[in-house]
Design a protein around this ligand. Structure first.
Ligand SMILES: [Zn+2]
Length: 159
């Protein structure tokens, strides 16, 4: 885990697998107002990792906002199916989602970003999803890439 600290803000870059001894879970957060967790290099999470993650969310100080960046799709799906995986102070800022070509079947992963591709519910406003359209398949260059997932399932975390 690599850490960058600026005043009361921390950026933590995780790598490898989230499991029993993930250093994030013992990172002191007293006095920290914003924690950005970059999950770019995380490739898996096991069941102990899920359990420890939930226990960790309960220890995060109330006034510390947690931003999850570049979540692999399996982390985003944990957020959707596991109760307590995301606390109220956590936001998924971006995550990687599977897309597939309608013609040649080529699979691509695209990063979807809050504020661009989706928006959390705001007071008086429902969550919104605006996926990129007109993406040409990088392989056959003749057909479109379409989402290889269901919005209702994948974006359940929007609430
Ligand atoms: Zn194609």
């Amino acid at each position: 885990m690599k850490l960058e600290r600026e005043d009361t803000r921390i950026r933590a870059n995780l790598d490898g697998s989230i499991g029993e001894s993930t250093p994030l879970f013992i990172l002191p957060l007293a006095g920290i107002t914003a924690l950005t967790v970059d999950l770019t290099n995380v490739h898996s999470i096991n069941s102990i990792g899920v359990k420890n993650w939930i226990l960790w969310t309960l220890r995060i100080p109330n006034n510390c906002a947690v931003l999850l960046v570049n979540c692999p799709s399996m982390i985003a799906s944990q957020a959707n199916i596991v109760m307590g995986f995301l606390s109220k102070s956590m936001t998924i800022e971006s995550f990687r989602a599977p897309f597939a070509c309608e013609s040649c079947g080529n699979e691509s992963t695209l990063t979807l970003t809050r504020g661009k591709d989706y928006q959390y519910a705001q007071p008086g406003q429902r969550p919104s999803i605006t996926l990129p359209a007109d993406l040409t398949c990088p392989k056959c260059k003749s057909a479109k890439l379409a989402p290889d997932f269901f919005n209702e399932k994948t974006f359940k975390f929007l609430g």
